[in-house]
Design a protein around this ligand. Structure first.
Ligand SMILES: [Zn+2]
Ligand SMILES: [Zn+2]
Length: 139
């Protein structure tokens, strides 16, 4: 198992997770855009739970849909991850919250982009074969 580490902007939220990443993808759906304040959000999932190693021992969650809640740092508001009660064993992390050394271990397949129709016309997303959806895992 590989250990991945990440943190928020201010550093009050720091986490590590010892699990293999799966289903890395980018998403331009309206919920991701509004939540993160970005035209596209990069994601990666892990089977496991985050271990919080900084000042905060949990994220501040917002129930963004029936099954999913989105978590941020309580201090600085950095978007960190999503929990979905349909997949209780998993956590989906904002890829860009990972530390550079952890980020470098994850390869996002170019075709795994979701909600291509919501990409702003001024945002040039250089992802080949976008909007094929993403594959959660090979299970
Ligand atoms: Zn923070
Ligand atoms: Zn989305």
């Amino acid at each position: 198992m590989t250990t991945f580490k990440g943190r928020c902007l201010c550093g009050d939220t720091q986490y590590s997770i010892k699990a293999e990443p799966f289903a890395p993808h980018t998403c331009s759906c309206t919920m991701c855009q509004r939540w993160a304040g970005a035209p596209t959000v990069p994601w990666v999932s892990f089977k496991g739970a985050l271990e919080f190693t900084g000042k905060h021992k949990r994220l501040q969650y917002y129930q963004s849909s029936k099954h999913a809640k989105r978590g941020r740092c309580k201090t600085c508001g950095s978007p960190i991850g999503v929990l979905n009660d349909r997949y209780p064993e998993e956590v989906c992390i904002v890829l860009s919250s990972l530390q550079p050394a952890s980020l470098a271990k994850i390869n996002v397949p170019a075709e795994w982009h979701n909600a291509n129709a919501k990409v702003p016309i001024w945002w040039h997303l250089e992802i080949g074969g976008a909007d094929k959806g993403f594959v959660r895992s090979a299970e």
